[in-house]
Ligand binder design. Structure first.
Ligand SMILES: [Zn+2]
Length: 232
């Protein structure tokens, strides 16, 4: 099987959050020297006319299509989902430089990335790190140590049933450090078309702006109803 992936030949920088001591209004003051760099910043506008098309092996998602207990947590900036699992949930191929383990899932509203200048209602990030590293913090120190897989959502009249485990429980985590347990199948949060995506090397989008993050944004945009987005 051949996977068509649209690959962006831009090298960018990212920033990752390890503390609660920053906010989106004061980005100039974000901790970490890398955050203030202009040339290598994530997120970016994904402009299709500037991309190079590449053909890559399809992604291999292992242990994603199962129902897991998970913690839904308000970290002060986003809603995070931490799955409880015995064996690792992994992703490889699709042009990724190794085998990556799922660390957590979180959301940004509106979207961070734009496609051809257009911002979407919601952006979901699967944060993964290379399997040989002990922890996400260890992986952050290494080029290509972290890979973030993004799914964009646009508004639509129809509610998205796959997001219900999160949307139905969002009211329980309204405040910083609130958490609750849910059950969720992570494969349901992937878009239907996994064959076309944008790929670039960037950074984490929150402090400390670590570089060398492998970014994947699927071009298949999912949908969410205005009522569901409002509950975020
Ligand atoms: Zn994110």
């Amino acid at each position: 099987m051949i996977l068509s992936g649209i690959v962006l030949s831009i090298i960018c920088v990212i920033s990752v959050s390890t503390s609660h001591l920053w906010n989106y209004q004061d980005q100039y003051y974000w901790p970490g020297d890398l955050c203030s760099k202009i040339t290598n910043q994530s997120p970016i506008d994904l402009v299709e006319s500037t991309m190079t098309i590449m053909y890559l092996k399809p992604f291999v998602f292992t242990n994603w299509n199962k129902v897991y207990d998970a913690e839904l947590l308000n970290d002060g900036h986003s809603i995070d989902v931490y799955l409880r699992y015995d064996g690792p949930i992994t992703v490889e191929a699709g042009g990724l430089p190794g085998l990556y383990k799922l660390h957590q899932i979180h959301f940004h509203w509106p979207s961070e990335h734009t496609i051809n200048g257009r911002r979407k209602a919601l952006e979901q990030h699967f944060v993964t790190y290379q399997h040989q590293y002990e922890s996400i913090d260890d992986a952050k120190k290494h080029y290509n140590g972290i890979a973030v897989i993004g799914v964009l959502y646009k508004l639509s009249a129809q509610a998205n049933e796959n997001l219900l485990p999160i949307v139905n429980n969002i009211g329980k985590v309204k405040n910083f450090e609130n958490s609750t347990m849910i059950t969720i199948n992570p494969s349901k949060l992937l878009p239907r078309n996994l064959r076309k995506f944008y790929r670039y090397s960037g950074s984490l989008t929150t402090p400390d702006c670590n570089e060398g993050v492998v970014w994947t944004i699927f071009s298949d945009v999912d949908s969410i109803s205005p009522q569901q987005k409002h509950r975020h």
